[in-house]
Every structure is written in C-alpha cells, then in structure tokens.
Design a protein around this ligand. Structure first.
Ligand SMILES: Cc1cc2nc3c(=O)[nH]c(=O)nc-3n(C[C@H](O)[C@H](O)[C@H](O)COP(=O)(O)OP(=O)(O)OC[C@H]3O[C@@H](n4cnc5c(N)ncnc54)[C@H](O)[C@@H]3O)c2cc1C
Length: 402
C-alpha cells in the first residue's frame, strides 16, 4: 500500500462501456453515494454494451444480434452522464478527451477502449477477410454465410458447391475455435434451407502456431481438437497466412486455402488513437501501467481491460485480452478511484485466474478450471453459466456494494 492520495478534482470520465469500463462505472455508481458532488461520465460510440463473448453464436446464427446488445441507458443509474460519441483522440497534458461531440475534460480518466483486430500487415487481409470484433462484424459474417450458401446452390457440380460453401477461419485462438465449432454444427441444417445437400458446407480452421488454443494445456488442446474433428472441422496448424486473396488465404508455402467466406480471428491490438496520445505503450500498442493500473507517469489516467499491458508476476507474461481480466481490472480501478475520494490508500492489482472455458459447437466445450481439464457437455454448460451470470451481474451491480 502507498501513501493516501488526493481525490480527483473534475469529473471521473470512463472512456469505453465494454467489460472493463462498464464494470468501473457500475461499481463506482454504488460507491459514490457518499460523494454526491462527483460527476461520473461514461463515453462510448454505441448506446449499447456488447457481450463480445457471445459473438460466435451471432456469427453462426444461433443467437439474435439484438440479444447481445444491452442498451446502456437501461444499465446505468441516473447519476451517470452517458455521452454517446466517437472518441477521436486524447490530450493527456490538457486532460481532455477529443470527441466528435466536442472535448470532455477529466479530473480522472479511465481508459477502457478495448482492442481492434490485428491484421499483422498481411496483404489483402483488411479488405478481404471479415473481422469478428463487434456485433456488427458478427452479423456480417452470418450474412456472408447466407450469401455463400445461396451462391453455392447456383453451382452445378458438387466440387464447386463445396468450394463456395466453405468457411475459412484464420486464427485458432478461442474466438476462431468457438466460431468454427458453432458454424460446423449449424451449417448442415442451414445448407438444406438454402437448397444444398447437408454435406456441402465445410469449415477450415487455419492456425500459424503448432497447436490451436495457444498457451492452454495439452489435454485441453487435444479435447478441443477431438471435438472439432467430430464436427467435421478441418484444422491446419503451422499454416502461416501470407495474403488474403479473392479465393481465400494464400499461405507462406504457396498453397491457397479456398472458401466462399473468409474470417480473420488471428489476434488483436490497441486502437490507433492510443498510439497517437503519447502514453507509454508496449506489446500490441497496449498502455504500460503501474501496479495500481495507472498509465506510467500519468497518475490521473487509469487503464483497464484489453488496453492495459499488465504483467502477471507469476508467469512473467502480459495478461491476455480476456473478459475475466477486464472485469478484475475494472474492480481494482473502481476501488482505487473510490479510495482516492475517501483519502485512503490505493490497492495494487492482483489477477486471480478462474480458469479457461471455450465452447466447441452448440453442445460441447472444453474447460481448464482449478487444475482439472474437462471436455464435453459439462464444459459447455459452464460456459453458458458464465454468460448467464455476467448478464445478471451487469443488471444488478449498479446498486450493489459489498
Ligand atoms: C468474438 C470474441 C469472443 C470472445 N470470447 C471471450 C471469452 O469467451 N472469454 C473471455 O474471457 N474473453 C473473450 N473475449 C475477449 C473479451 O471480449 C475482451 O477481452 C473484453 O471485451 C475486453 O474488455 P474491454 O472493456 O477492454 O473492451 P471492450 O469490451 O471491447 O469495450 C471497449 C468499448 O470501447 C468502445 N470504444 C472503442 N473505441 C471507441 C472510440 N474511439 N470512441 C468511442 N467508444 C469506443 C467500444 O464501443 C466498446 O464498448 C472475446 C472477444 C471476442 C471479440
């Protein structure tokens, strides 16, 4: 613990209403009862919170897009001023966010702008592969699948039908695995509705590394690979994408992986405006923070979620861009802002890993929790339970303070 800090003068501005920013806002709302004079402002380009962990379901048509857009005004208490606008930059010296709606000054800023897809400067990728980082993106994937199946139904020979009805997913991390599994399970049934034989569609998962779900236990990877194979997903590891073309992905070994729909789920990086802000950044443009989650040399700016570059002292690695990390960081930021107001000491951030759960198709999944690996229906139920619990928490957190 460090010396008590002076409280913020000027509004507390939360930039981004995603997992981290919404959590900070809800938790602070509950704690600001004894500080009625403190203004709390949440800024986001959308007037809804996106449940990103459920996007693979939207992209495979198993969940309606509107079901994963939670209207922010319904979640926020009246004391929060919500500003819907695009943030275009930030001026740390002048303590101002630049937005399309005009500048917004801060006493304390919480930067929680999440990530954007990383195309690793692979030629053609940004133009030809569909990203998967917003509800709109997921809707576009599902629409593209529908068009590809219609297009396939127009072809006369089976091989051409197969090519057009193939979805190629680049990136074998959790998003790629969830998307490939969900699509593989749904596409046979959907194909019939488009006038195709159920065995026409195919799903290919392309991963540059030696295994899917990098960083996970061998047992978890084996389980996921087994379930994917059972669903008919063809997984190619060690396949490095050199370019995205009209036909699909061209690999560094010259092979072309063809498909009617090409999706990129190969990684994320920080939004561009952060790089231009002059804040200290590290790997993938994420902001370097101190142990209280404040941007280095900027004690008035907290950073949480994907945007924060936080090193896990146990592993020595930067924590991955995950919702559970974003929520824990949001909790620490909310506590530290309240501590500043109350003249108490801030607390250092510590991550408590609750495990890793990935759905693989609509019924099964894989999980590494408390040292145990499971694969199958139980893991999928666990994933459903986590999503359900999250939805409940955002509806009830605003008035709750332990
Ligand atoms: C398809 C997919 C599946 C995932 N599945 C899982 C999973 O199963 N488990 C898990 O733990 N993690 C999962 N993740 C990762 C998880 O969603 C992220 O780690 C988490 O969303 C990070 O929270 P955040 O608050 O940092 O960013 P976000 O939740 O992305 O929030 C950022 C917010 O900032 C707003 N914003 C950004 N830029 C601007 C701007 N310029 N102006 C105004 N507003 C802006 C956005 O609209 C958004 O509301 C998944 C991610 C994806 C894409």
């Amino acid at each position: 613990m460090e010396e008590p800090a002076p409280g913020p003068s000027g509004p507390i501005v939360v930039a981004g209403g995603g997992y981290a920013g919404l959590h900070v806002t809800l938790r602070l709302t509950a704690r600001l009862g004894d500080h009625p004079g403190v203004e709390l402002i949440l800024v986001d380009r959308n007037d809804y919170h996106q449940v990103l962990t459920e996007l693979p379901r939207v992209a495979a048509g198993t969940r309606a897009a509107d079901a994963v857009r939670l209207p922010l005004p319904d979640l926020l208490a009246e004391r929060v001023r919500f500003v819907r606008t695009e943030i275009t930059g930030l001026d740390p010296a002048g303590r101002q966010l630049r937005t399309v709606a005009g500048p917004i000054g801060w006493g304390r800023l919480v930067l929680a702008l999440g990530s954007r897809p990383n195309d690793f400067a692979i030629p053609g990728l940004a133009e030809r592969a569909l990203p998967m980082y917003s509800v709109g993106d997921a809707e576009r994937v599902w629409a593209a699948v529908g068009r590809a199946l219609d297009d396939a139904a127009l072809a006369t020979d089976a091989e051409e039908q197969r090519r057009r009805a193939t979805v190629v997913v680049g990136g074998g991390g959790a998003t790629g695995v969830e998307l490939a599994g969900e699509l593989a399970e749904m596409l046979p049934e959907v194909a019939v509705r488009h006038g195709l034989a159920p065995d026409r569609p195919a799903v290919l998962l392309i991963e540059a590394g030696p295994a899917i779900l990098a960083g996970s236990s061998t047992k978890l990877v084996d389980e996921a690979t087994r379930i994917l194979a059972g669903l008919g997903v063809r997984v190619r590891t060690g396949a490095v994408v050199a370019a995205a073309t009209e036909e699909g992905f061209r690999l560094t070994d010259g092979q072309v992986v063809r498909g009617g729909v090409v999706v990129w789920a190969g990684g994320v990086k920080a939004p561009g405006l952060v790089a231009e802000s002059g804040l200290p950044t590290g790997h993938n443009g994420r902001v370097k923070v101190d142990r209280y989650l404040r941007a280095l040399d900027h004690p008035d700016i907290y950073v949480a979620g994907d945007l924060a570059s936080v090193t896990d002292p146990d592993s020595g690695h930067v924590l991955p861009p995950l919702a559970q990390v974003a929520l824990e960081e949001g909790e620490t930021v909310a506590r530290n802002l309240h501590a500043e107001l109350a003249g108490r000491s801030r607390e250092a951030f510590t991550f408590h890993d609750k495990g890793f759960v990935v759905s693989v198709g609509v019924r099964r999944g894989v999980a590494d929790v408390a040292g145990f690996t499971s694969g199958g229906r139980l893991a999928h139920l666990l994933k459903d339970a986590i999503e359900w619990e999250y939805r409940l928490s955002v509806r009830h957190l605003r008035g709750w303070d332990p």
